[in-house]
Write a protein that binds this ligand. Structure first.
Ligand SMILES: [Zn+2]
Length: 281
């Protein structure tokens, strides 16, 4: 588990599909620092702003940021996702999408190939949320084990030097969406068609076409391609018997080698843990 956690943390800080290593590392570092600890976020939980005022209220709150320039101007979205997700409704997400897009443009993080379309914005927002959500899970996992502060355990990967300066793998959503198809009849959600490869030649469609069917909740991972793969890799260690997105029903009552819990046990633990966290916030 420890090895899988370290690997996931490192992958979150790698260049993503549409976000650079610089941005992803900053999001992860800010998330690890701010989860539960930001007093302004705690105050927001007590204040409970209405859905209509959530964006303005959360934006104006005196958050404690840890990364440079308030996480390059993205910190308020990180804090909201990490600490006040229960207060976020559709209106907040629309405004967050616009804020993230405008900030990335200002930071010269949007290549000219990415046209000013909703698709480009939503792909980047999805990857943003995926990075923060996984970092929250990572932070909470170690907190649950009593590892506080956890930044030393496991070690935080430092931003690396990349041959392409940490640029994202794709320049535009069009590169990816030309390979997405719509499936009717069981809800809507984009599904990858076979053949899409990452820059390293890894075939993405193998693990996505099955697990990310439109009716499956995790289908919302689809636009966060490589981050989704990292998530499933991590899940194959923590959440048996998922193996790269391949859930085998017959294994529901079987224990993986070296484990004392089978899948059904894990579901019970997850339910109890989620309930405990929700009650104690
Ligand atoms: Zn905050």
């Amino acid at each position: 588990m420890q090895a899988a956690n370290v690997q996931l943390l490192a992958q979150l800080c790698h260049p993503g599909d549409f976000l650079s290593a610089k941005i992803r590392t900053s999001l992860v570092r800010e998330t690890l620092q701010c989860v539960v600890s930001c007093q302004a976020c705690r105050q927001l939980q007590a204040q409970k702003p209405s859905p209509e005022t959530a964006w303005d209220t959360i934006f104006a709150a005196p958050h404690s940021f840890h990364e440079p320039d308030a996480c390059y101007g993205l910190g308020v979205v990180v804090h909201a996702l990490a600490n006040t997700q229960n207060l976020l409704k559709e209106d907040w997400y629309h405004k967050a999408v616009e804020h993230v897009w405008a900030t990335l443009q200002k930071l010269n993080e949007v290549p000219p190939e990415a046209k000013d379309t909703a698709q480009e914005r939503l792909y980047r927002m999805t990857e943003f949320i995926a990075c923060v959500a996984l970092a929250v899970g990572h932070r909470t996992f170690y907190r649950a084990l009593g590892k506080e502060p956890i930044l030393d355990q496991p070690p935080m990967p430092s931003p690396r030097a990349y041959s392409n300066n940490g640029a994202p793998m794709f320049k535009s959503a069009e590169e990816v969406s030309s390979r997405l198809g719509k499936k009717e009849g069981c809800g809507w959600g984009p599904c990858l068609t076979p053949g899409l490869k990452l820059a390293n030649g890894e075939l993405l469609a193998d693990c996505f076409t099955w697990q990310l069917r439109p009716q499956v909740p995790t289908s919302k991972w689809t636009p966060a391609l490589s981050t989704g793969v990292a998530f499933f890799d991590w899940g194959s260690s923590h959440y048996v018997p998922i193996n790269r997105g391949q859930f085998v029903l017959n294994n529901l009552w079987q224990k993986a080698p070296g484990r004392t819990l089978h899948r059904a046990d894990l579901e019970h633990v997850a339910k109890g843990y989620t309930g405990a966290i929700a009650c104690s916030y």
